[in-house]
Design a protein around this ligand. Structure first.
Ligand SMILES: O=C[C@H](O)[C@H](O)COP(=O)(O)O
Ligand SMILES: C=C(OP(=O)(O)O)C(=O)O
Length: 354
């Protein structure tokens, strides 16, 4: 009789669909691929400082309702076109949530919002949504958290983030070194920027990376390194979006031999989790842009159709277009903020051109 010493704390739920099976269901046709490659090139040019437009990653904290996500994307598409001369607007399309302790971990993990963990259904919904948002002409951004699920959606992503809780993780840095899109690294939840700078340096290198291939076969990959890693200031115990904090971050980047170009997240530690404070952060960033601050390559905003957030309560209907994770700005607040950012980014463009 064999005695098991492992798999004592797991039970199989079901087999995962493979990335290729999913890509056959929701393929990326040539026109869509062109749009994604163009969006990545635009973002890369902004990160290099060759394009002085402001990158704006804006959208819900997490996507839980495909209909609301598409309704939001349609509104945002109009603003992407309106401000195309000064802003490069990309929609936050976050399907994986890192939790401080426990909680709903996103649409891929639990599309039913009820602990039923129908991951295959979640992957299908996420891929279809990314496809449909990109088909509107709106590029998408996401956090890469899980070491497996990225293979199912990465071809539809124009900008990726590694979150505050995983920036210091070696496997996430290896994954970033393999990703085909530019990747931002958040500073740590306590405000530590050094780990994000180390992550940018690590992900620029080639690594050996174990991952399932598109057919689900465990594969040893050699990555070529990601030249478009950058730091995201998201605040920590204290905010770090102000002029003095950005000066410190720029000094640290220069000492590490990295370009002084970064992204500022208006939410999280910078809003001290009060979604309305994103407007104050935005006003400060607009002032810095109008003074010609070139270090600010981009910003992140948490926004949805309805302001605030809601709890998921079994049996109670959800408010359409309102976050079920972090509280977000509502649509009117978002539109006002984007208008101000566009005006400030235009001033900076004029200053830089001389
Ligand atoms: O962005 C979302 C949240 O800040 C992050 O997932 C942590 O959430 P939690 O502290 O509610 O778990
Ligand atoms: C979880 C997020 O941010 P952070 O990693 O900064 O907490 C997020 O942007 O959704």
């Amino acid at each position: 009789m064999s005695i098991h010493t492992d798999e004592l704390r797991t039970k199989k739920i079901e087999a995962l669909i493979t990335p290729r099976e999913l890509a056959v269901e929701t393929p990326v046709h040539a026109e869509l691929a062109e749009h994604i490659l163009t969006a990545r090139h635009d973002i890369e040019a902004i990160l290099r400082g060759d394009d002085q437009r402001l990158l704006v990653i804006v959208g819900p904290c997490s996507l839980h309702d495909p209909l609301a996500a598409v309704a939001y994307a349609q509104k945002l598409t109009a603003l992407r076109a309106r401000y195309a001369d000064s802003l490069c607007i990309v929609m936050r399309a976050y399907f994986e949530k890192p939790r401080t302790v426990v909680g709903w971990k996103g649409l891929i993990n639990d599309p039913g919002l009820d602990g039923s963990f129908r991951v295959n259904a979640g992957l299908r919904l996420a891929r279809k949504l990314l496809h449909d948002i990109n088909a509107l002409g709106l590029p998408t951004a996401t956090e890469f958290l899980d070491m497996v699920t990225g293979q199912y959606i990465a071809d539809l992503i124009s900008w990726g983030a590694i979150g505050a809780r995983t920036t210091e993780s070696q496997v996430h840095r290896e994954m970033a070194s393999a990703l085909s899109c530019p990747v931002g690294f958040k500073n740590g939840t306590d405000g530590n920027i050094r780990i994000a700078i180390d992550a940018v340096r690590a992900s620029a290198h080639s690594h050996m990376f174990n991952s399932p291939d598109k057919d689900g076969k465990m594969t040893i990959y050699q990555t070529s390194g990601n030249p478009y890693g950058h730091v995201i200031l998201r605040g920590g115990k204290r905010p770090n979006y102000d002029t003095a904090s950005i000066d410190v971050a720029c000094d640290d980047l220069a000492k590490a031999g990295l370009p002084q170009r970064l992204v500022v997240d208006f939410s999280h530690g910078n809003s001290q989790k009060d979604h309305r404070r994103q407007l104050e952060v935005g006003a400060d960033i607009c002032d810095q842009l109008k003074r010609g601050r070139t270090a600010i390559a981009g910003v992140m905003i948490e926004s949805f159709i309805e302001e605030g957030r809601q709890d998921v309560t079994p049996g109670c209907p959800l408010t359409f277009g309102q976050s079920i994770t972090d509280a977000c700005l509502g649509w009117e607040q978002t539109a006002g903020l984007l208008e101000k950012l566009a005006a400030a980014a235009s001033v900076r463009q004029r200053l830089v051109r001389g």
